[in-house]
Structures are given as C-alpha cells and as structure tokens.
Design a protein around this ligand. Sequence first.
Ligand code: PNW
Length: 457
Amino acid sequence: QTQVDTDLARRFPPRFLWGAATASYQIEGAVHEDGRGSSIWDDFSATPGKVFEGHTGEVAADHYHRVEEDTDLMVRLGLSAYRFSIAWPRIVPEGRGAINPAGLDFYDRLVDTLLEKGIQPFATLYHWDLPSPLERAGGWLNRETAYAFADYTEIVARRLGDRVASWITLNEPWCSAYLGYGIGVHAPGRTDRQGAIDAAHHLLLGHGLAVPRLRAQVPAGTPVGITLIVNPVYGADERAETARDVKLAHAFSNAWFLDPIYRGSYPEGFFEAMALNPPPIQEGDLEIISAPLDFLGVNNYSRTLIRGAQEQPLADSCQAVAPIPNACYTDMGWEIYPHGLRDLLVNVARDYPVGNIYVTENGAAFPDTWDGGETINDPRRVSYLRSYLTACAEALEQGVPLRGYFVWSLMDNFEWAEGYAKRFGIVYVDYSTQRRIIKESGYWYAELLNAFNNNNR
Ligand code: PNW
C-alpha cells in the first residue's frame, strides 16, 4: 500500500497544489453573529420537509469560532492550498447596499491565518448562500441579482485582493439553477424548469460581470476562474436513441455552462431539445459571459450512464439512467467511476480553451462511525481517493494542464438537503462536542502529500 502511494505521488509534477475544500454555509455556523444577514439556505432549511430531519446550518461545524484549530488541522494534513467560500450575507447583509465590516474582518483574518501557516487561500465568491432579500426580489430569476453579485465581488476583492491566491466566482451554477430553481431540492426550492434556464443565464451573467470587477482590484496575474460540476456521460449501448440522449445529457450536464463561458454561445438546439425557451438574453450578454479566464475548476464525483428511450428524448439527465452491473456506490448513491474523471479532464482540455484546470472538489460520503478511538477507519474513502487520484495522474500523463486537486471535504459538514447524515470529510466532526478527529483517509492523504514533498524538495 505504502509502495503504491509513493509511486502515485511521483506521478504529479513538482508544482502541483494539494488542497481540501469547504463552503461557508456548510461549515461556519454562527448564522446570527456579527451582523450576518439571512440567506436562502437559512430559509430553506427552516422550511419543514426540505432538509433531512430538519437539520440547518445554524451551528454546522462551528468553523466561525474555530479558525485557529481548523487551520492547524490543515497544517497537520500538509495542505498547500485551502478552498473556502465567502458568505455574501456576511459581507452585504441585504444583498445590496450597506457593507458589514465584521464580515470582511472574519475572512481577512482567515486569509492571514492561512498565509501565516503557509497555505494558499483559494476563495469562492458564491457557494449558494444568496442573501434572502435578493431572493424575495426574484433571486437568480431577476437579472438585477447578477449586478448585485458583481458589486459584492468588488467589495470582497478590494479587501482581500492583495492576499487571495486564486479566485473562483461561482460554485456549480448548474446546481444553483437546476436543483434550486428547476426541481426545488436545493434552496430556494422553486420548481419551474424554464426558471432553471433563466436562472442559469443570470448566474452566468453575474460571473461574467464579476470577472473584470475582480481583475481591477487584484494584482496583475492573480488567477480568476469558475468552478463547474462536470459530469461525464456515457451510453449503455450502441443504439441511435442512446447516442441522441447521451448528446442531450451532455449538453444539459456540461455544455449548458461550458459553451457560453468558452465559446460565447449556448449549445445548439439545447433549449428546443429540452422543450423550453431560451433565457432572456440581452445584446452583449454572451460577450460578457465569455470573458477570458485563467483556469477552470472541475468538481466531479460520479458519471451518468444513459440508455436511450425509444420515443421522447430525455429532457433531464436524472431520468433514463441505465442500471449498472457490478457498480459500487457511495453513501450518496453515486456510482464510483474514476475513469470518468480521467475522461472528462482529457475531453474538456481538448474541447475548450480552458488554460489551467484544478479539480476543485472530489470525494465521497460514507457512513463513518466513531467508536471513541484515535481515528475512524474509512477504507472505502481511501480507495475512492486513490482511484480518482490515479485518474488525475493518467490525465496529466495525457497532457492535461491539471495544476491541483482539492478533496471534498476537509471535514464533515452540512450536506445540503441531506443535512448532517452524509459525511464527506477526511476529518470527522463529532457534532455533540465539535471535536475533530482525523480519519484514516486524512492520514493517508497526509502521507501522500508528504511523499510528494519528499520527491520535490
Ligand atoms: C457539490 N449532483 O454539490 C457541492 O459543491 C458541495 O457543496 C457538496 O457538498 C458536494 O458537491 C457533495 O454533494 C453537488 O446532483 C450537488 O450531481 C449535487 C450534485 C453534484 C454535486
């Protein structure tokens, strides 16, 4: 085992960045402190029936009060980078207008602490916690939200721009648009498929408007990118119906966002195939959306396998998924398919002018239990990470400009609609005491990073 992982470490180039990722609402808690405003996730999780057993982010992993302890953990793990997100309602509690200095102070201190400990801060500006007042005005269905996001971005960048290593505008706009506005399993819980198309456009517009506002505030050369969920799609057979549905599922899962960002147009025939209308695109929007970026952040957990239907093409990649013989699944019910990460990295780097790529999230939920001992045995997470990192090494060997990898997640946290029932951490959180316990996978990751550092010092 150790031998194999020394060999794995050798397959990554000298300047490769090793990190872990989190998001504000999932770990911070302290939702009423220091002038933070309310977000759509506070509202959604307070709505009965929306989140598993009524869990909320009110306390979460209490990271807001544990920056020293949590950054010490990162040092123990040997991380060279940490990806976190900034809570918009802490910075601009009403979404627009008055700035809350205490919110900026929190992230200022986090960034300084990371730098003191030798860890590069990767900041995501929007990981789903939209200020509630903006949602009451229509949320991402309202074009004005895109302008509010760009204003908020400038406020953050003015304060932190001199120290954040790399910036990510949005995390997974597909989830915000489709899960939040299309099928309502995420905040704000709206169910209107046309709404998802419109929300996606305004998210993309917000991203495009934010990019020059960011660049104007940060030192020249500071990398700016976006993080997308990229879900590789495969056909279960050779039938024409399957090929047609694979194409549509790829457009729905990936090209819906990749095409406007990197080609300045939505995928051809996409809205018609979805039996929906194009969003309200104004002149110049696609030029704004396709502003050049320095890197693409890829989040990947699984794949989609399609078996085409005879009549209707699928209008939703969650349907018409083929049963998979001998497949293994995580606690989320997501198939473990490491080749999918290799394939998507190779394909995205071939099909789009992405420049550099980071895997900004990859990881697995398993039902970990703590018996009061020194660590938690999570062998399935170790083998998941090993297999997906092997896929990254293969992509690198095929010439993919992959510059770093962030495991999801640094620690167990509020897994959105699943509440605290799903654990993604390489560090266990005992929510009754907020004690952190490094899992076996955390020790494994630390050893891998140590082997990497020994090879490259
Ligand atoms: C991502 N899907 O969400 C998010 O960026 C994280 O905040 C989250 O905790 C993590 O992955 C694990 O869920 C996703 O339906 C949500 O394919 C849904 C999907 C993928 C990722």
